[in-house]
Design a protein. Structure first.
Length: 315
């Protein structure tokens, strides 16, 4: 099996970059209530940035393409990406926009409330797709999410498919209008969780059988490979070669914020290494499981050594 450092060309992430402003509180504030936080911190977030860091920590080369503002938060994001080894040369700074911000309050019980200001992420347009194209080749693997405008996602997916690259699409958050029908035929693989699966298929999966039925509905919409995530109940995968189930890994979970992004980062790395869908799904599930053992977003991503140790220790 090829070592991750040998992956060529690098994986490409096309998507969002946010800065997370997190305040820890005894309880979430009621309307009109002002509380003193027990603590606060800044962190790199946004599903695009999270997935890029997840890929980099697994030892693979990765390019992140998207937009930030031209502000102090953009400087923070670029510095954080540089520390993680993510190539951010293709992040466009736009002076007229602010960098995306997620304002997060968490309480002692683990509940949270989040307000997201998409900022520069939501100003991406066809010109960003044109900047993406030179990064692509027929053997590239591209990760996208739904935190940028849907018309941009669809345009990028069409260019990715035309070049012959593989699109790994995280349909989160699913827009109120759902996903365009054409997107199902353009994505190489899609990875909805229970909530997203229900929005896409009308069926909320709760076990292997219902997840397989949801996967069949996704195939009927044109999707080649479907991965339905059941949270703590495991993962179901399905393609033309068959289907299977990856049971949950035994870990001490404390925070699921980064699990989906680390899953997708791991999936992209595994597929780029030539793994079949079943083995790639198990590798990705280990990445997602380890992310739940730490707090935070991008900072929760595991290393390749940690993932390999988990895989070796659990059948």
């Amino acid at each position: 099996m090829p070592h991750p450092e040998s992956i060529n060309p690098p994986l490409v992430v096309f998507g969002s970059v946010n800065i997370d402003v997190v305040a820890r509180l005894k309880h979430l504030p009621a309307p009109g209530e002002t509380l003193h936080a027990l603590g606060a911190h800044l962190g790199l977030g946004g599903k695009g940035a999270n997935q890029a860091v997840a890929v980099a920590r697994l030892g693979a080369s990765v390019v992140l393409a998207g937009r930030t503002g031209d502000d102090m938060f953009a400087d923070y994001a670029r510095a954080a990406l540089l520390r993680e080894g993510v190539n951010s040369d293709h992040l466009l700074r736009t002076p007229q926009d602010m960098t995306g911000l997620a304002m997060i309050c968490t309480d002692a019980a683990g509940e949270n409330s989040i307000a997201v200001a998409g900022g520069a992420n939501m100003t991406m347009d066809e010109s960003d797709v044109e900047r993406l194209v030179p990064l692509l080749s027929a053997n590239a693997v591209v990760l996208m999410q739904c935190e940028i405008p849907m018309d941009v996602i669809l345009a990028a997916a069409r260019r990715i498919a035309a070049i012959g690259a593989m699109l790994v699409l995280d349909p989160a958050p699913v827009p109120a209008a759902g996903l365009p029908d054409a997107l199902f035929g353009l994505a190489g693989v899609m990875t909805p969780n229970e909530t997203e699966t229900e929005l896409l298929t009308g069926l909320r999966p709760h076990d292997v059988d219902s997840a397989l039925e949801a996967a069949r509905r996704l195939h009927a919409r044109g999707l080649e490979r479907a991965i339905v995530k059941l949270g703590a109940r495991g993962v179901v995968f399905s393609d033309a070669g068959g289907h299977g189930f990856v049971p949950p890994f035994r870990v001490a979970a404390i925070d699921s914020v980064a699990a989906g992004d680390c899953f997708n980062g791991g999936l992209a790395v595994a597929l780029s290494r030539g793994m079949d869908l079943g083995h790639a799904t198990r590798f990705a599930a280990a990445c997602g499981a380890l992310a739940t053992t730490r707090k935070g977003a991008s900072e929760a991503a595991p290393t390749l050594a940690e993932v390999e140790a988990l895989l070796a220790g659990q059948p």
